[in-house]
Design a protein. Structure first.
Length: 324
């Protein structure tokens, strides 16, 4: 007859494990508390206020889905959504292509890479208000540097931030100027491509363009997808540059770079976050603003999840390979 003995953990080992868990929880506590206070609570409060009529003075009054149903009848919100979608498409493509192009050129340089990389990255460190105002002065139609250069060729400078047709392209130009952070990330990915892959492609007769297309791009595709995710979120949350550019274009900006003419000219710079701010802090319709914030969060979260899943699928496919 064989007796089976069950091994029991020593009491001392169990206590040590419990102390270890408490220590880990203690180290995590500040982050957990901060997350709950600065993200969890505001998120829950925003969702709750989105079902109320609230103006910061009177007590919130429950109004059901009125704030959400009004969105479908609000012409300014529809305009703001249209502008935001324009930035999501155009800015995402332009920012990714621009950063990829600049990074590809810098990667091929033989000298001065560090200096050029630093010069391209510096604008992204500037405060958004200052960067927008500086770029506004550069594109100023009367006496600005770009206006002077175009004047030498007999070309009239566009009214970048005073013409509805040029306001969004002007803001896009600002966002490209401060996209050095994405350029640095893509450049690091390009420089990390194994040299053996280029040598093998060259032995197969591939020229520089084919090597870039068939070796560089597939290898850095996860980084490019990250750049797309980053650019989409940036476009969905575009606020400061739209407010400052529109305010400066109206000629009535105050010391903070803002003005009462948000969306100038002709609501062409009225993005979803700008309209949300207008409803919440100009008209104090906090319930409607909370509903818009909830919708923006859901859209941003959903887009991020979809793109991240796409990144994971691509990464899994590359790791598996054709022979896996």
């Amino acid at each position: 007859m064989t007796a089976t003995l069950e091994a029991r953990p020593a009491p001392g080992r169990g206590r040590a494990r419990a102390r270890h868990r408490l220590a880990v929880l203690g180290f995590m506590a500040p982050a957990i508390i901060g997350f709950v206070l600065f993200f969890g609570y505001p998120l829950v409060a925003t969702v709750i206020f989105s079902f109320t009529k609230y103006d910061l003075i009177n007590a919130p009054e429950f109004n059901g889905l009125d704030n959400y149903t009004f969105m479908f009848k609000d012409p300014l919100l529809i305009k703001a959504i249209t502008n935001t979608l324009w930035f999501v498409v155009v800015l995402t493509i332009a920012r990714t292509v621009f950063a990829l192009g600049v990074a590809s050129v810098i990667a091929r340089l033989k000298s001065g890479v560090g200096l050029i990389r630093t010069l391209c990255y510096l604008p992204s460190l500037a405060p958004p208000v200052a960067a927008t105002l500086v770029f506004f002065m550069v594109l100023r139609p009367n006496g600005g540097p770009v206006d002077s250069i175009l004047g030498w060729f007999g070309v009239d400078s566009p009214l970048w931030f005073s013409d509805p047709a040029w306001a969004k392209p002007g803001i896009t130009a600002i966002m490209l100027w401060i996209s050095g952070d994405l350029m640095i990330i893509i450049l690091a990915a390009i420089l990390d491509v194994p040299q053996e892959q280029y040598e093998a492609a060259e032995l197969d007769g591939a020229g520089p363009i084919r090597r870039w297309w068939h070796v560089t791009l597939p290898t850095i595709s996860p980084v490019l997808l990250f750049g797309i995710v980053n650019s989409v979120i940036l476009a969905l949350q575009l606020f400061t540059q739209a407010v400052v550019a529109g305010s400066a274009g109206s000629g009535a900006a105050d010391a903070t770079g803002s003005t009462k003419y948000l969306g100038f000219p002709d609501n062409s710079t009225l993005t979803f976050p700008v309209y949300l701010y207008t409803q919440g802090f100009r008209y104090f319709d906090m319930g409607y603003a909370a509903a818009m914030a909830t919708v923006l969060f859901i859209i941003s979260f959903a887009v991020t999840i979809v793109l991240v899943q796409r990144m994971r699928k691509n990464s899994t496919a590359e790791e598996g390979g054709p022979g896996a």
